[in-house]
Design a protein around this ligand. Structure first.
Ligand code: ADP
Length: 262
């Protein structure tokens, strides 16, 4: 019952008191239906690569393939296995974040290192197909959990690369905004129309399902970002214009900001 609000009322009852417990059943039904949707989504997301994988496996087993074809099918199988692995890893990350009442580990995260790591990983993913620029004007650092923050920043940076067509620009920015610290990722990708923006942080919500799959997306990245930033008492803001690009930013409150390191 812990997760449902219980209304407790006490009424006089003769010389005793009567306790009335009432519960909003519609909330229970909603949660139950969300849980069913989630299980259906996870099953579907795992079933797709598994079906493709077993199809290729059958081909390798049943046909007398030459070495080159055999290698081609094994490589295709390994892509599907990798996809399942990423999905399971994202599911575990999300489950850990959602079910964790503990605040994140708080240590000083040197932003110089974090940004350099993000830039180098972004370049690895882009393989020279984008212009990636790092703009760092704040010298301050963040108090937080290194793994969680890398996962949130990384999801935004890698999405920008994955959704921005070849030749586009991606800016990774770290700046002061009054007492707050702002991390943003700006891209010249396809942009997102207004009606989709509020739903992007829902698990498995995708604007374009096939494009997300093609780029190796699990549909869980933005849900992870939302949980990490709220655990750090910050805020996620999304600005986007269809056909022009997007800006995803994470703001950190003054209490989370650490002075520059000497
Ligand atoms: P996915 O694994 O599908 O990318 P995410 O949760 O990371 O899942 O993102 C949710 C959806 O938001 C994506 O499927 C995509 O439609 C949209 N999206 C996220 N980042 C961008 C971006 N930089 N440009 C355009 N669309 C984006």
């Amino acid at each position: 019952f812990e997760q449902f609000a219980l209304d407790i009322q006490i009424f006089p009852y003769g010389d005793k008191q009567k306790l009335l417990l009432s519960q909003d059943v519609s909330q229970i039904e909603k949660t139950d239906s969300m849980r069913r949707d989630f299980v259906a989504n996870v099953s579907h997301e795992l079933k797709t690569p598994l079906t493709v994988l077993s199809g290729f496996l059958e081909t390798v087993q049943e046909f007398d393939l030459n070495e080159a074809d055999r290698k081609k099918y094994l490589d295709l199988m390994s892509v599907q296995a990798e996809r399942m692995k990423t999905l399971v890893e994202d599911l575990l990350t999300l489950a850990k974040l959602e079910g964790n009442p503990e605040p994140p580990v708080t240590q000083m995260i040197p932003m110089d290192n974090m940004l350099a790591r993000l830039q180098s990983d972004a370049e690895g993913l882009s393989q020279g197909r984008h212009q990636i620029k790092l703009e760092k004007t704040s010298q301050r650092n963040v108090f937080g959990d290194d793994l969680e923050l890398y996962s949130a920043f990384g999801n935004l940076v890698f999405n920008a690369i994955r959704y921005t067509p070849e030749g586009g620009n991606v800016i990774i920015r770290w700046e002061d905004c009054g007492e707050e610290g702002h991390f943003s990722v700006i891209d010249t990708g396809p942009g997102i129309s207004e009606e989709h923006v509020p739903r992007l942080t829902e698990r498995f919500y995708r604007v374009d399902r096939s494009r997300s799959r093609d780029t190796g997306g699990t549909g869980l990245g933005m849900a992870i970002v939302k949980h990490v930033i709220s655990r750090h008492h910050g805020e996620l803001k999304i600005k986007s214009k269809l056909g022009e690009g997007s800006e995803f930013s994470l703001s950190f409150p003054a209490q989370r900001m650490a002075p520059p390191k000497n």
